[in-house]
Write a protein that binds this ligand. Structure first.
Ligand code: SF4
Ligand code: SF4
Ligand code: SF4
Length: 231
């Protein structure tokens, strides 16, 4: 009789990321889920969690969850996953165009308006980098200045739900597997029985997270001191 290995991680893709069959989906590499799964396995997480939970198998809520959404609508619920990934495009309004207003109409977040000269002006704080205005522009005047993935950490449901913290900037899709492995390393270094990744993120602290990512861009550089901060 064959026995299934215990589930230690789960990667959920929204329909657009899985099939491309969603009008809102930005392009997602075909092999992304396999690459992330491979990186999670290479990090040592599966054996670590099995060993940490022994003699019982890991429970469902102890699985590490990675959620990938192909647009800001977030149908795969990246804000309540251990790691959330949202494919994104940051727009740049043109210096001049016909001023047709199609981009303003297309924006679900009221992040664009036409100025007195009929030029679109972007409210960068309101913009969720969904790329709809770029797709809506009939002249191709609205450009993409940056594309990549918004990256969120430490969301969870349960008795004390917590929304994930979003790190600044975009992550290159090709770097996602390595990033996931790096954060799993941080989690393993700070792991305590019964703790969730959200607890470790909270313990490290947003200020320090942002500082390390800004200065080094490498989450694994936090691993040696993650647990000692809990004291
Ligand atoms: S997150 Fe966006 S791309 Fe993915 S299924 Fe939902 S609407 Fe479509
Ligand atoms: S990228 Fe999306 S949220 Fe940002 S201005 Fe364009 S339509 Fe609005
Ligand atoms: S949709 Fe394109 S042409 Fe129309 S106002 Fe926006 S940027 Fe200008």
């Amino acid at each position: 009789m064959s026995t299934q290995p215990p589930s230690t991680h789960h990667i959920e893709l929204c329909r657009g990321a899985r099939t491309g069959q969603c009008p809102h989906a930005l392009p997602v590499p075909d092999e992304l889920a396999d690459a992330i799964a491979g990186a999670a396995e290479s990090s040592g997480w599966p054996a670590f969690l099995v060993s940490a939970c022994a003699p019982r198998p890991p429970r469902h809520h102890e699985m590490f969850r990675i959620s990938v959404a192909a647009c800001a609508n977030g149908c795969s619920r990246p804000h309540i996953a251990d790691i959330g990934v949202i494919f994104s495009e940051r727009p740049a309004p043109p210096a001049s165009c016909s001023g047709c207003g199609a981009c303003v109409e297309a924006c679900p977040d009221d992040a664009l308006e036409l100025d007195v000269a009929g030029r679109p002006v972007l409210d960068a704080k309101a913009c969720l980098a969904c790329g709809k205005c770029v797709a809506a522009c009939p002249e191709g005047s609205m450009r993409v200045t940056e594309s990549g993935c918004r990256f969120l950490l430490g969301g969870k449901l349960g008795r004390r739900p917590r929304l994930a913290v979003e790190l600044p900037g975009f992550v290159d899709p090709e770097a996602l597997p390595e990033r996931v492995a790096g954060w799993l390393t941080v989690y393993m270094a700070g792991y305590e029985p019964g703790s969730r990744f959200a607890d470790v993120v909270e313990r490290i602290g947003l200020h320090r997270l942002l500082g390390v990512v800004r200065d080094k861009g490498d989450p694994a550089s936090m691993a040696p001191c993650a647990r000692s901060d809990a004291a």
